[in-house]
Ligand binder design. Structure first.
Ligand SMILES: Nc1nc2c(c(=O)[nH]1)N[C@H]1C(S)=C(S)[C@@H](COP(=O)(O)OP(=O)(O)OC[C@H]3O[C@@H](n4cnc5c(=O)[nH]c(N)nc54)[C@H](O)[C@@H]3O)O[C@H]1N2
Ligand SMILES: Nc1nc2c(c(=O)[nH]1)N[C@H]1C(S)=C(S)[C@@H](COP(=O)(O)OP(=O)(O)OC[C@H]3O[C@@H](n4cnc5c(=O)[nH]c(N)nc54)[C@H](O)[C@@H]3O)O[C@H]1N2
Ligand SMILES: [Mo]
Length: 738
């Protein structure tokens, strides 16, 4: 038995190979993702040996990334070359010339977490330029602390209601962007029991009204109502709901007065006193595609029943993504149910399997990354800009920063040529650094654009501990097979480099991976005991394989908002005003046109409101249902008909283009083109197409990505000067039969 981001499963091994997987008996709704594993782990696309790009090896060429051949070298030789190059860059340009943000999910397992390993290594050598936030929630991580005063992820994981509380109290669940059991299959660090779909059965049996607002019916479980909405227009709809509350005297004046600040600055905008436009349902209807009567009756129902507004992370993965997140908090504040069980607002339900579960927080099993002497940090999704514009100034959350001049990139545990926007532009920007080093198990599009590739093991080739704070299981993850090819653990790779750079002792502290694992586990065990939870000693856990921890909490989870609601003076929020900030003096003082002092409607630059005959369709690019991002892609892509990836299109849009289900199509705009396979469906709004992420960025071979990666089409712009998050969901495209 082992654990993974997509859950726990049994593994069958024969003759040193993984031959099959079986679901864990305690999982009520296991993911099918492990079924791809046997093929993926032994796939010919595994990196067999350390490999150095020929052009770089021979004359330090930078232009052949993505097209060159590789020279396989013995480990010692490849490590010598990489260490000498890191030393050269440090000595010539300083550690600020090394980018080690290395964003990505890598694999579950606490010790062999690739990103922690690369950060610890680079810190030992004098530091690196890091990145802030995630592609998942970078924009929310910047805006929401201004509104509620706490780190955004703490809201999601600790303060908002758990499923039990929602089931017991909520009457109306209003889900912007849905709550998708497909996405709940995964959770960083592991999700052992997949429960989201089961909770919706409970909600249905209790007669809860569950309303999915967004472009796809499939974003919420069967049985939920669907209000189709144009992507990028949620703020307009939320404003109109707020307008109805105010116009019909349904705002909870007492809550607004006691628990918020700045309503007086926001109200004139809402009612049209500042700009001559009242944000009424009639104003919003043509923007969001929802008719005014539906908006009015929804607002009345939200005011009349215990209502929980949920907002999918996808809404802030778009230009001006700050606005729907902030506005959802304002709308919930006007409804006055924040701090009541089953009411108010919550974020990221369904996004990952752990949100909505309520567990006592325990200390983690953590490998220290040390201190980073380099202060420079970029917003994670601005990596393309950073490479393109060294020295250029940019705004970020009230600060003025400059991009560093990056000469060396080290990536371990992520796949930017899957995850970043506008991949053709990234491909060009990627030609600028002098050296790119990547640790990867597979020949991904990123590995194929590296100068030095070190083959990394997968979790099945090493022992580890599996544990996530959003899960109540603890796993010993056994080594199931020998490393494939000449793969080494990231730890061993970095220990080899650190040794050559004279910082071996700093990195390893004289320990092997097995010694670290036992030490970190013992420390964890001591701390959990102090927290009142007994876990077995290492050897016992190893024998038992896993334990379920007694850390379940069923009660209301509102550790932050219930006392605040009760007495906002005695239990203030950690915002400047101590209250929920409907108007933020701090944000206002930044003077950003693209994120002013209170939530506003700012139309995105690409959405159905700006559609042209060249690019008439809005592309949303959600997470793939059949796997995690680009992981295990080579094995899945082998399956007959699995590639190119499927794009969902409305029958009217398909009919106009003579496209039928199963047809191969070309999806394109001015930034690029990819192939996809059409699925014609009435479960998507007209004018919108959905192409999930997950396909590798196939070799362009001309100018069309053959596998169907939507990021050849997406825009590489920040959400705003405030959040500078990823804007993947803001893109217009067209489609033609191939
Ligand atoms: N258009 C569009 N783009 C998006 C999104 C979107 O909604 N739309 N979503 C964004 C989001 S939220 C995210 S989180 C990103 C995800 O993007 P990533 O996190 O970059 O995607 P993964 O495919 O999980 O990349 C992990 C890589 O680590 C490798 N790996 C696994 N285990 C190990 C290991 O032990 N060691 C090493 N060295 N490597 C390992 C895997 O093979 C894989 O290549 O994509 C973003 N991109
Ligand atoms: N199976 C699987 N699950 C995953 C992942 C995976 O790769 N595979 N990745 C995980 C990761 S890293 C993350 S961050 C989460 C992401 O979780 P989310 O951000 O919630 O998920 P997405 O799939 O990006 O988007 C969900 C839906 O939002 C809708 N949407 C897009 N734009 C808009 C809009 O403007 N308004 C409204 N109302 N709806 C919109 C789309 O129809 C889309 O299907 O998922 C996690 N779960
Ligand atoms: Mo993510």
């Amino acid at each position: 038995m082992t654990s993974s981001h997509w859950g726990a499963f049994e593994v069958d091994v024969r003759d040193g190979r993984i031959v099959g997987t079986r679901p864990f008996s305690e999982d009520p709704c296991p993911s099918a993702i492990p079924e791809i594993l046997p093929k993926a782990v032994h796939h010919p696309t595994r990196v067999a040996r350390p490999s150095v790009r020929r052009g770089w090896l021979e004359n330090r060429d930078k232009t052949g990334r993505g097209s060159d051949t590789y020279v396989e070298l013995p480990w010692d030789e490849a490590l010598d070359i990489a260490a000498a190059e890191i030393a050269r860059v440090r000595e010539t340009h300083g550690n600020e010339a090394i980018f080690g943000g290395s964003y990505g999910w890598g694999s579950a397992g606490r010790f062999h977490h690739a990103q922690s390993q690369v950060h610890r290594f680079l810190n030992a050598t004098g530091g690196y330029v890091a990145s802030f936030g995630s592609y998942s929630t970078g924009c929310a991580q910047a805006i929401m602390p201004h509104v509620f005063g706490v780190p955004f992820l703490n809201l999601n994981y600790e303060h908002q209601d758990g499923w039990h509380t929602i089931a017991a109290h909520t009457e109306t669940l209003v889900m912007f962007g849905g709550v998708n059991p497909k996405n709940s299959q995964v959770s960083m660090g592991g999700v052992t029991r997949h429960e989201t779909a089961g909770w919706f059965e409970t909600f249905a049996s209790k007669g809860m009204r569950c309303i999915n607002i967004g472009p796809q019916r499939s974003d919420a479980p069967d049985g939920c109502e669907w209000v189709p909405l144009r992507p990028g227009s949620d703020t307009a709809l939320m404003l109109a709901l707020a307008y109805v509350l105010e116009a019909e005297n349904l705002t909870d004046q007492d809550f607004v007065a006691r628990c918020t600040t700045g309503f007086d600055r926001f109200r004139p905008y809402l009612m049209g006193e500042t700009d001559g436009t009242s944000k009424s349902p009639d104003w919003a209807a043509p923007l969001c595609g929802v008719d005014p009567e539906t908006i009015r009756s929804l607002a009345r129902r939200m005011a009349a029943t215990r209502t929980l507004i949920t907002v999918a992370w996808s809404l802030q993965r778009a230009e001006h993504g700050e606005q729907p997140f902030w506005m959802s908090a304002v709308l919930a504040a006007m409804l006055g149910q924040i701090g009541l069980p089953g009411g108010g607002v919550g974020y990221g339900y369904g996004a990952i399997g752990g949100v909505g579960k309520s567990f006592k927080g325990l200390t983690g099993v953590t490998f220290s990354q040390g201190q980073n002497p380099v202060q420079k940090v970029i917003p994670v999704a601005r990596v393309g800009d950073m490479l393109r514009h060294p020295g250029q100034a940019y705004a970020f959350n009230g600060r003025r920063e400059t991009y560093p001049d990056i000469r060396l990139v080290y990536w371990a545990g992520g796949n930017p040529f899957h995850h970043h926007q506008d991949l053709n532009a990234l491909h060009d920007a990627w030609q600028r650094p002098e050296t790119i080093i990547v640790n990867e198990p597979w020949w991904t599009a990123t590995a194929k654009r590296a100068d030095i590739v070190f083959p990394a093991t997968t979790p099945y080739e090493r022992e580890d501990i599996g544990r996530s704070n959003l899960d109540d299981y603890l796993f010993y993850m056994p080594q199931l097979i020998s490393p494939v090819g000449e793969a080494r653990d990231d730890y061993v790779i970095f220990a080899g480099l650190a040794e050559r750079l004279g910082v071996g002792a700093t990195f390893t502290e004289g320990r092997g991976a097995d010694e670290w694992l036992r030490l970190l586990y013992d420390e964890y065990r001591q701390k959990t005991q102090q927290q009142g939870v007994d876990v077995p000693d290492f050897e016992t856990l190893k024998d038992q394989n896993w334990v379920r921890l007694p850390i379940h909490k069923d009660g209301p989870n509102r550790t932050l908002f219930a006392p605040f609601r009760e007495d906002p003076e005695a239990s203030p929020l950690p915002t400047p005003s101590g209250k929920i900030e409907i108007f933020s003096e701090v944000i206002d003082s930044f003077g950003y046109d693209d994120c002013p002092g209170h939530p506003v409607w700012l139309p995105p630059s690409e959405w159905l409101g700006t559609a042209t005959h060249r690019a008439p369709l809005h592309l949303v690019s959600p997470q793939p249902g059949d796997k995690l991002h680009s992981q295990l892609e080579s094995a899945l892509a082998d399956e007959e008909g699995a590639r190119p990836e499927t794009i969902v299109i409305h029958p009217v849009d398909a009919g106009q283009r003579k496209i039928k289900t199963g047809d191969l199509v070309r999806v394109f705009n001015d930034r690029g083109a990819c192939r996809a396979r059409a699925l014609v469906s009435i479960d998507i709004s007209q004018g919108v197409v959905a192409l999930p992420t997950g396909a590798w960025f196939g070799d362009p071979g001309g100018n069309i990505d053959m596998d169907g990666n939507p990021n050849v089409l997406t825009r590489d712009v920040g959400t705003s000067s405030l959040g500078q998050g990823c804007s993947a969901h803001t893109a217009l495209v067209d489609i033609a039969p191939l």
